[in-house]
Design a protein around this ligand. Structure first.
Ligand code: HEC
Length: 542
């Protein structure tokens, strides 16, 4: 996968060059080397990095301090600032520190052989001279470094951490990778109320890995599934901590609420989680970090609803949109999505009707709707809010209720609810496609399950687990034989429109951790009470 790595590096260098206005001047001198062969396994001292080297590694690969604070560097004389990931050394010097060159400016190798060799021209680097180079842009023998090498604002302690890591860069085989096997973890509820769903997801993950192993594994590594019981919850925090104690390489299709110490630890240990299950949709895109969501955020569902209703002419006399949502980050994300899309489409700013989670007053919300006469109502919630809204008597018998949009996961599918939904002209917003292609994907999932003798149950859970396994395996293949966690994260970031089977196609990026920005709509037919597609998959700009 050398070309992918090189492309990334070129991007970082090119960005720095253009910030300096140098790109044009140096065009034509471009000389991009092929990525060198993976570094040989290093001395034993690099097999297990010291705490200082681990902190240095974070600066090198992520541009972040152990506290999570972003690192800042300034490009030479122009003073243009690079922050966080954009300031990560790996962006220019390569993930294995093997260097690259672009536009005639070479980011040299920073490997131990290069920096610390006794016979190095100008003298081997020491902690002291490295600090001067990184902070002040002066290499040994007082050589001024090119403007493209940022001048970093880093304390001496952080520079010493970098020094510790540079003694191992390119040799730090991830401690949790062996040539024979890769341990991948999933926190799943195996006891308690959700036990059947948890077991269903576990069986799918195990079958997906068995299929890969039957073909020889990924770069000859067997994929081993390690499951920790999240017990009677879909939260997963405690079980995730246990998996991290067992040093799994990555997490996949694992239940996750995003809260608490486990989230902090996942980020600190840089353990990627691909395709979290069970907590509903992400509120919005976390931007970076280690959790890669396969489904759109709640903000995106609201945006697709607004895009849909904006396409129809406004009924005369209709007011702004009314957004009924729980207070808190998830409801706020839903509201934010509705507001930004309304703005984009020249609609009046939506009116917010927040409620305390678990204390939804359907009658009060219906009253608000009767007063405002909104063009449409967008309703978010966590539980039975939609059922209660549908069951609330319409305050005005003479005026029809406005169009209603709600996330599909809030809908109950019993005949009574469907009848009320049809009468309310409810449109359901789905985080997955609902078209013919999706139906075929689900069919191919059922034949996969049949092949592996996994009984189909909790199919939404199974479909999500299957997609998560597919995305992870694809990224592992792209990450190459010299596998590291930063390498896996980079391979995930390179996915563009990858089709994992069920669910939306997946695109991640440097600052994109939500794989899909779209949704599809269904409605309930008043004659038959059947749910049927109203729109194809609608994408919005991230
Ligand atoms: C935007 C691209 C970029 C980033 C980011 C970057 N460098 Fe550099 N670095 C360069 C370039 C280009 C040079 C070569 C400058 C020269 O030789 O005049 C260089 C040179 C160096 C040198 C001197 C090497 C030698 O052979 O004397 C060191 C040491 C170095 N970088 C360390 C780092 C560290 C550590 C980081 C992260 C904290 C980092 N660099 C981040 C582009 C970058």
């Amino acid at each position: 996968m050398g070309h992918l790595v090189t492309k990334r590096r070129r991007r970082a260098l090119a960005a720095a060059l253009s910030a300096l206005g140098l790109a044009a001047a140096l065009k034509g001198a471009a000389a991009v080397r092929d990525a060198p062969a993976p570094a040989p396994a290093g001395p034993a001292s690099c097999a297990e990095l010291s705490p200082a080297a681990l902190r240095g590694r974070r600066i090198f690969h992520h541009g972040a301090l152990a506290s999570g604070e972003p690192v800042e560097g300034r490009l030479g004389a122009s003073g243009a600032a690079l922050h966080g990931k954009a300031a990560a050394c790996a962006g220019c010097h390569g993930r294995s520190g093997d260097g690259t060159s672009e536009g005639g400016v070479a980011a040299p190798p920073l490997t131990p052989e290069q920096l610390f060799a006794a016979d190095r021209a100008g003298g081997a680097y020491t902690a002291e001279t490295l600090a001067i180079a990184v902070r002040d842009g002066r290499a040994p023998a007082a050589r001024e470094l090119h403007l493209v090498m940022p001048r970093y604002r880093l304390d001496r302690a952080h520079l010493d951490d970098l020094h510790a890591y540079l003694r191992c860069v390119g040799r730090d085989a991830d401690p949790d990778v062996s040539p024979e096997a890769l341990r991948l973890g999933a926190a799943l509820p195996l006891t308690g109320r959700f036990a059947a769903a948890g077991a269903a997801a576990r069986d799918v993950l195990a079958a997906a890995f068995a299929e890969v192993n039957a073909q020889g594994g990924v770069f000859r590594r067997r994929l081993e599934l390690v499951v920790a019981d999240s017990e009677d919850t879909l939260d997963g925090a405690a079980a995730t901590s246990r998996l991290l104690d067992q040093r799994v390489f990555a997490l996949v299709g694992s239940v996750w609420s995003g809260d608490g110490d486990a989230a902090a630890r996942l980020a600190a240990d840089e353990v990627p989680l691909v395709g979290p299950l069970g907590s509903g949709l992400p509120a919005s895109d976390p931007g970076d970090g280690v959790v890669f969501h396969l489904q759109p955020g709640l903000d995106t569902l609201a945006r697709v609803a607004v895009a849909h209703l904006a396409a129809a002419p406004a009924p005369t006399g209709a007011g702004a949109l009314l957004v009924v949502h729980p207070a808190g980050p998830r409801g706020d994300a839903f509201l934010r999505g509705a507001r930004s899309e309304a703005l984009r489409r020249g609609l009046p700013a939506p009116v917010s009707f927040p409620f305390e989670p678990g204390r939804f007053d359907a009658a009060a919300a219906a009253d608000a709707a009767a007063r405002l006469r909104p063009r449409a109502v967008l309703l978010a919630g966590e539980g039975d809010e939609l059922s209660r809204w549908l069951a609330a008597p319409s305050p005005s018998a003479t005026r029809p209720r406005p169009a209603l949009y709600a996330p599909a996961f809030l809908m109950r599918r019993d005949p009574g609810s469907l009848r009320l939904a049809a009468a309310a002209r409810l449109l359901l917003v789905h985080a997955s496609p609902t078209d013919e292609a999706e139906r075929l994907d689900l069919l191919s999932l059922s034949s996969f399950l049949e092949r592996h003798r996994v009984p189909p149950r909790h199919t939404a859970f199974q479909a999500s687990a299957y997609a998560a396994a597919r995305v992870l395996v694809e990224a592992l293949k792209r990450a190459g034989a010299h596998l590291t966690r930063p390498g896996l994260v980079a391979a995930l970031e390179e996915l563009r429109g990858f089709d994992p089977g069920p669910g939306p196609a997946i695109t991640f990026g440097r600052n994109r951790r939500v794989g899909a920005y779209g949704a599809s709509l269904t409605g309930v037919d008043p004659a038959s009470n059947d749910v049927s597609p109203v729109s194809a998959w609608v994408e919005v700009v991230p």
